[in-house]
Design a protein around this ligand. Structure first.
Ligand code: FAD
Length: 303
């Protein structure tokens, strides 16, 4: 379907974009990569009167380490993350996630900021940012504010962004040494949204025990979900199959999936239990500096 008509505006600076959002009220929307918004407009789920394209504003697409954080400018496109060798080395969870978003055509334009701002529990970055304990910088007419990721997703397709505000930066705390992470996703076909997916990020203490753990879940509830009880169960413990099975069960307990075309609720809970165990094993391997393995789930795989 063809979207309804709208005015297309191209600000050259962030203050100009914010002023345009205020000028055109609730009916105006930010356009970043357009790969969630344009399909929603074509389906008439969104009918903005004005699109404010922020992709021509210089300086919003950086990826750099600074002040204890990996800082990702909102317009950084997925393809950029995938192609930076130092990101692959130091942020394998982030790269796993990027590689599993849609297909190369989408990743060439889709932005990390847009993926989060959309507030879709089926998108892949929200769970990853929950696992990383990221922070979100939001800029409005009165300046910038920082929102912890736990407070960013407030309802179904709803975030802490107020009207007139723009998500400007994602901040991931730089992981300590002996850290590893992993994103595992089951999808019906290549490029699809997840039936279920898990993001795991952990750090090991000198004695090999799990010092810190972050776990995010994709598409198994109305909001991106953090599996807090599973994280607590892991902290301070030596890695073991029994511990990972317990964490898998606790993560399933934190999920409330619905039956849909991607599978029954029961199937998705089974996926969460299994994916958590595999992601924990792989994250520990990576934290120990053992060979990192990427890839989608192959059901015959032995971890
Ligand atoms: P846009 O579509 O431009 O914007 C999305 C929403 O966020 C809009 O409401 C917009 O107003 C708002 N917004 C964007 N940027 C900002 C900002 N800086 N500040 C405030 N509001 C903002 N995603 C996945 O995670 N996993 C998948 O497997 C996946 N598969 C896909 C398959 C297809 C075929 C397609 C078309 C998309 C798929 N997506 C998937 C979604 C894709 O990754 C989107 O591009 C992404 O979710 C949104 O990023 P964007 O830059 O395109 O945002």
């Amino acid at each position: 379907m063809i979207p309804p008509t709208f005015d297309y505006l191209v600000p050259a600076t962030l203050p100009e974009a914010i002023a345009l959002l205020h000028e055109h009220g609730d009916e105006a929307k930010v356009l970043a990569g357009g790969h969630s918004l344009i399909p929603a407009m074509r389906l008439r789920f969104a009918e903005p009167s004005h699109l404010i394209d922020i992709s021509h504003i210089p300086g919003l697409d950086y990826v750099r380490e600074e002040g204890g954080f990996l800082k990702i400018g909102t317009m950084a496109r997925e393809v950029v993350l995938k192609d930076l060798p130092w990101i692959s080395e130091r942020y394998p969870l982030l790269v796993d996630t990027t590689k599993m978003i849609a297909d190369p055509q989408v990743r060439n334009l889709a932005t990390v900021g847009g993926n989060l701002a959309h507030g879709d529990p089926a998108n892949d970055h929200p769970a990853t940012m929950l696992a990383y304990r990221a922070e979100i910088e939001i800029t409005g007419a009165s300046g910038a504010r920082i929102v912890p990721i736990d407070e960013f997703f407030t309802d179904f397709f709803t975030t802490a962004l107020e009207h007139g505000e723009i998500l400007t930066e994602i901040r991931i705390p730089i992981p300590p040494s002996r850290s590893g992470g992993c994103y595992l996703k089951v999808e019906r076909k290549v490029g699809d949204y997840a039936a279920a997916a898990v993001a795991v990020q952990l750090s090991l203490a000198a004695d090999g025990s799990i010092e810190q753990a972050g776990i995010g879940l994709t598409n198994v509830a109305a909001l991106p979900t953090r599996a807090v009880d599973a994280e607590n169960a892991l902290r301070g413990q030596q890695p073991s199959d029994a511990l990972f099975a317990q964490a898998g069960q606790l993560a399933a307990d934190a999920s409330s999936p619905a039956d849909d075309l991607r599978g029954s609720a029961e199937y998705k809970l089974t996926l969460i239990r299994e994916l958590i165990q595999r992601a924990l094993r792989r994250s520990v391997e990576r934290a120990q500096g053992r060979k990192a393995r990427f890839g989608k789930i192959i059901f015959s795989e032995k971890s």
